[in-house]
Design a binder for this molecule. Structure first.
Ligand SMILES: C[S@@+](CC[C@H](N)C(=O)[O-])C[C@H]1O[C@@H](n2cnc3c(N)ncnc32)[C@H](O)[C@@H]1O
Length: 210
């Protein structure tokens, strides 16, 4: 469900030093900015639970959350009183421009959590695992870089697995019920918590760059 627009969102976000509106000005500079050599990026961070929890769990890594919706971003930031973990920043922008924000090989791991599935064929280009995005990910990932994807959506999962087949990626983890066993090393996102509560299985796959 789309969140109602919050008229105060943009002005609020502009006051926060960890929020970035022009990520293209940081291309090649993320490790320096975050003072960490490894950079993990989440696209479609929603209200931020996954990325903020992971940033706290893995302080040795630099975390970049990307969310295009300013109202959703503002709610996420307000949840932590505008202060993210010190190893994390938040980009408010549309990820189709991602290839201009990061340098070649700058991302160690790309996280896609419960991405909008866009089930209608005419919107397939908007899927975050469509050919509109995957070639950019491949360029931006480090030589041993990974894409980690979780979803509740069968159609989106099948589509993503098949799409990744067309690229130099090796799948090295695959589950159609990821939370069947307790997984302490991976945080639970807002959407994931809802689906777990409903007893729905969580699909997950991890690909490594060949
Ligand atoms: C279904 S929600 C999932 C939120 C969160 N990842 C979770 O697991 O709870 C998907 C989020 O991705 C954002 N999003 C979708 N496409 C995006 C894009 N191309 N660039 C940036 N954000 C995007 C949406 O605005 C939405 O907040």
């Amino acid at each position: 469900m789309r969140m109602r627009k919050k008229p105060w969102a943009k002005a609020y976000l502009e006051t926060l030093p960890q929020v970035i509106f022009q990520p293209e000005t940081r291309q090649g500079d993320w490790a320096k900015l975050l003072k960490r050599s490894k950079i993990h990026v989440e696209i479609g961070s929603g209200k931020g639970d996954y990325c903020t929890k992971m940033a706290a769990m893995y302080p040795e890594i630099g975390w970049v959350a990307i969310e295009r919706d300013a109202s959703v971003s503002a709610v996420a930031l307000r949840k932590c009183n505008g202060i993210l973990p010190e190893n994390m920043v938040w980009i408010v922008a549309e990820a189709s421009e991602i290839s201009t924000w990061f340098a070649t090989g700058e991302i160690s791991v790309l996280h896609l959590n419960f991405s909008d599935p866009w089930p209608k064929k005419r919107y397939a280009k908007r899927r975050l695992t469509s050919p509109n995005f995957l070639p950019s990910y491949l360029t931006l990932l480090a030589d041993d870089g990974e894409i980690r994807l979780k979803t509740d959506n069968t159609g989106f999962f099948e589509y993503s697995v098949l799409q990744c087949e067309g690229y130099p990626l090796v799948m090295n983890e695959f589950s159609v019920d990821f939370r069947r066993i307790e997984q302490n090393e991976d945080a639970i996102s807002e959407y994931e918590a809802k689906f777990m509560e409903l007893g729905q299985p969580i699909y997950r796959a991890v690909w490594r760059k060949k």
